[in-house]
Design a protein around this ligand. Sequence first.
Ligand SMILES: *[C@@H]1O[C@H](CO)[C@@H](O)[C@H](O)[C@H]1NC(C)=O
Ligand SMILES: *[C@@H]1O[C@H](CO)[C@@H](O)[C@H](O)[C@H]1NC(C)=O
Ligand SMILES: *[C@@H]1O[C@H](CO)[C@@H](O)[C@H](O)[C@H]1NC(C)=O
Ligand SMILES: *[C@@H]1O[C@H](CO)[C@@H](O)[C@H](O)[C@H]1NC(C)=O
Ligand SMILES: *[C@@H]1O[C@H](CO)[C@@H](O)[C@H](O)[C@H]1NC(C)=O
Ligand SMILES: *[C@@H]1O[C@H](CO)[C@@H](O)[C@H](O)[C@H]1NC(C)=O
Ligand SMILES: *[C@@H]1O[C@H](CO)[C@@H](O)[C@H](O)[C@H]1NC(C)=O
Length: 407
Amino acid sequence: MRNNIFTKVFTYCFVTAIIWFLYKLFIDLKYTNDIPRVEIVIENRENVEIVTESDTKLELKYILQWTSPTNVPFVYLGKGRQGFIDRNCSFTNCFVTDNESYLGDYTKFDVIAFAGPEVRFMTKQAFFDRLPKRRSPHQKYVFASIESAENYPVCSDSFDGFFNWTWTYRLDSDAQWGYIVIRDSTNKIVGPKKNMHWMKLEDMDPVSENLSIILRNKTKAAAWFISNCYSRSGREIFVQRLQKRLAKYDLGIDIYGECGSMKCPRDRNDECNKLIEKDYYFYLSFENSFAEDYVTEKLLHPLKNNAVPIVYGGANYTRFMPNGIYLNARELGPEKLALKMYELIKDPEMYAGFFKWKNHYSYYGRHESIETNDYCRFCSMLNEEDLVNRTSVYEKFRSWWDPPSRC
Ligand SMILES: *[C@@H]1O[C@H](CO)[C@@H](O)[C@H](O)[C@H]1NC(C)=O
Ligand SMILES: *[C@@H]1O[C@H](CO)[C@@H](O)[C@H](O)[C@H]1NC(C)=O
Ligand SMILES: *[C@@H]1O[C@H](CO)[C@@H](O)[C@H](O)[C@H]1NC(C)=O
Ligand SMILES: *[C@@H]1O[C@H](CO)[C@@H](O)[C@H](O)[C@H]1NC(C)=O
Ligand SMILES: *[C@@H]1O[C@H](CO)[C@@H](O)[C@H](O)[C@H]1NC(C)=O
Ligand SMILES: *[C@@H]1O[C@H](CO)[C@@H](O)[C@H](O)[C@H]1NC(C)=O
Ligand SMILES: *[C@@H]1O[C@H](CO)[C@@H](O)[C@H](O)[C@H]1NC(C)=O
């Protein structure tokens, strides 16, 4: 009797296993047989529209959003030429659509753009159904992302040798889609970039008497504005530890937003900035994940509002700031960071020294001028013939984009 049950259970498991195995085999065969022969199409672009623009005749450059236009970063692009016109770009002859039959045939588009956060989820099987099957050699396939590679890695090997251009926050992208601009005292754009040549801190002019007085009026240690309470970088855990260490010195962190008890609504940005400027010695510029060059607008808030940034991220921050004007939380750890904050608050002169850079550099958002606007720049690029004519392929896309051992 018992034996009989065992035999039944065994047979049932065995048969299930066989069926599962055959099913997997079928799926594998189905998809390996399905490897798309990407057909190379010879470009045929009669009837392309011509725009008249201050006496020059400019052909429209067509950009197809292959992934959803409502997702980041495409949602910021706008429809048709409107995004470029509204931004007063010097070139406005670029045309954005998500309609792949807009020109009859998608091989006629100059650019086919893919949003990073969606590329991440194009794993093997879905990939074959969802990617273009034919491509013209003149088209640029563009990988676009303002989100970090740590949060959105690309793991499918199908994307090696797929993209021609990258449009991301990484400083070595073909086109930038970033957050920060650094200018020198003559207003020339100097960064961020991989090899920054900063003035030495000791060569910088001392802070003005006026600024010193304003800085002396600060009363609170640090502010953190935060809306996502859980992150891959574990910043929330770091902040808890830091708070414990700071308590020893009778200092604290005011946490604004969803994850804390303080409120300063986003629609009153100016007031929040004033608050930072008036009250706080430090501002936590903590990124949600660690990735190369991933430094967001969180760094601009302290730099523009007379607070010292405490950074926590995967970037090499020497590409973004001179040494000696910020504190690096990840390098120092909570214990040393708390001590450093305490020492600086106790020593107004040393603290003021963190603002000497203001005599020599200034920081802006990239969207603040047409010259640095990344949307405008992209349309300008499409008008640079030698750049567009140059063949370029990211053969090892994954090793360029993905952080080590993330896939
Ligand atoms: C574009 O220019 C118009 C007219 O000069 C101006 O009103 C508008 O604010 C500008 N837009 C941007 C985003 O700079
Ligand atoms: C896409 O473009 C084609 C050609 O201009 C047009 O016929 C079609 O209606 C468009 N589709 C959508 C959804 O707008
Ligand atoms: C310092 O502040 C005073 C009064 O607010 C102002 O008149 C003066 O121009 C300021 N000096 C500098 C160098 O900014
Ligand atoms: C410093 O704070 C005091 C008291 O709140 C205020 O009266 C004064 O104007 C402040 N000084 C500056 C330079 O902001
Ligand atoms: C950061 O970049 C600087 C300048 O290029 C370099 O000297 C330094 O070694 C880099 N630091 C790290 C941790 O990679
Ligand atoms: C780019 O390619 C086009 C079409 O092949 C050609 O007409 C044009 O002269 C080329 N421009 C440059 C700068 O190489
Ligand atoms: C774009 O990449 C494809 C695929 O690797 C390549 O065949 C094509 O020549 C490249 N085109 C340009 C314009 O760089």
